[in-house]
Design a protein around this ligand. Structure first.
Ligand code: HEC
Length: 346
């Protein structure tokens, strides 16, 4: 009888106990989940492997990784070219902001500062936030933002510190995107300088890209010589004419001599380079226009080489104009479109 009672009670107690235990998740044990669809998505997770289900991507991945060396549109500012080491910190002094310190940008910087920074550095940058005040971690060696240290600190070094962290300050890169980092830095400087802080006019626009970043320049080559030299080169090029169909890629007789101006100029400036750009004048398919443009550019290039220019300093390109400038029915307009142009640069 006594034993029976014991069994009865232990069973009664065991049921809720089991219930409690099985709900607890830990380690690899997910426990018992109520309505698991709320936790585990039915859809595929990005960049996950769905072994046999996905056959069209390498490694059965749900998404393909970006091609090595490519940058997604709008993400170019995420590239910070300076390394996280002592030399990098010194080099960062020359890294400059591409976000203007307008009042609205500084205001946004304050909003972000009041989320991510104040609990250490204090609302006004007096290093009296609760974490420093309660000595959870020791504060910086400088007393506050109003000290010369922060006033004189190059903005690039502040960017480096926010990106990678420094000493007991951790990296804030995953909380603040590059534009936000600059906005916060402008706010830090505004706290440092107080009334002496100079706002940029609201109309000033942010630069397109970080000016420090050396990406290859493909367009907007600047002519290294004088404007008179440029004018004489353009004049000479405008006299270089091409034949009409069926010899479209051949220069008109007597035309090539005009290129001697270019030959002499480039010989006088051996450090200059040139790209010859072939254009087309009639409506062609894109492919046809590109091929004809290249053929014309090559014709000019071969002439320049035959006159002694170095092939290494000459490149060619086609501006595959599928339409034309001017009126298709006008023979002089058509002639004007059968042309090559030249870009000279250092
Ligand atoms: C956990 C506390 C903490 C937080 C949060 C924090 N900092 Fe710091 N910060 C520090 C400490 C500590 C240093 C001193 C680092 C050193 O020199 O070793 C420092 C240094 C700095 C410096 C000087 C950097 C340099 O190059 O010498 C700046 C500027 C700065 N912090 C700005 C910020 C901004 C802006 C935020 C918010 C995005 C922020 N901090 C968030 C603790 C913090």
């Amino acid at each position: 009888m006594k034993l029976n009672k014991l069994i009865k009670y232990s069973v009664l107690l065991a049921i809720p106990a089991m219930g409690l235990v099985s709900c607890v998740s830990s380690g690899d044990n997910t426990g018992i989940e109520y309505a698991p669809n709320m936790y585990i998505s039915q859809g595929y997770e990005p960049f996950s492997q769905e072994s046999d289900k996905i056959t069209y991507n390498p490694h059965n991945m749900t998404m393909r990784l970006p091609v090595n060396g490519t940058i997604a549109r709008g993400q170019s500012t995420f590239i910070y070219p300076i390394e996280n080491n002592a030399d990098g910190y010194e080099a960062s002094a020359n890294y400059t902001s591409w976000i203007a310190a307008t009042e609205s940008n500084v205001e946004e910087g304050k909003r972000l500062y009041d989320i991510y920074c104040w609990h250490c550095h204090g609302k006004k940058g007096k290093n009296d936030g609760p974490i420093f005040k309660e000595k959870k971690i020791p504060g910086p060696s400088w007393p506050n933002y109003q000290s010369d240290y922060i006033k004189d600190l190059p903005e690039g070094k502040a960017y480096h510190t926010i990106t990678y962290g420094k000493g007991l300050m951790g990296s804030h890169a995953f909380m603040l995107d590059p534009e936000e980092r600059w906005k916060v830095i402008h706010y830090v400087k505004s706290l440092a300088y107080g009334d002496d802080f100079k706002f940029a006019p609201e109309s000033s626009s942010d630069s397109e890209m970080n000016g420090n970043l050396e990406l290859p320049q493909t367009s907007s080559v600047s002519f290294p010589g004088t404007s008179e030299e440029k004018a004489s080169i353009m004049m000479a090029m405008s006299k270089v004419e091409f034949k009409a169909f069926p010899n479209r890629k051949v220069m008109k007789s007597g035309s090539a001599g005009n290129l001697n101006v270019i030959v002499d100029y480039l010989k006088a400036h051996p450090d200059y380079k040139a790209t010859i750009v072939g254009h087309t004048g009639v409506t062609l398919t894109e492919e046809g226009a590109a091929t004809l443009g290249i053929d014309r550019a090559n014709e000019v290039k071969n002439y320049l080489i035959s006159k002694g220019l170095d092939t290494g300093s000459l490149s060619i390109r086609s501006d595959a104009d599928t339409g034309m400038d001017g009126d298709v029915t006008s023979s002089s307009d058509r002639q004007a479109n059968r042309r090559v142009e030249i870009e000279i640069y250092k």
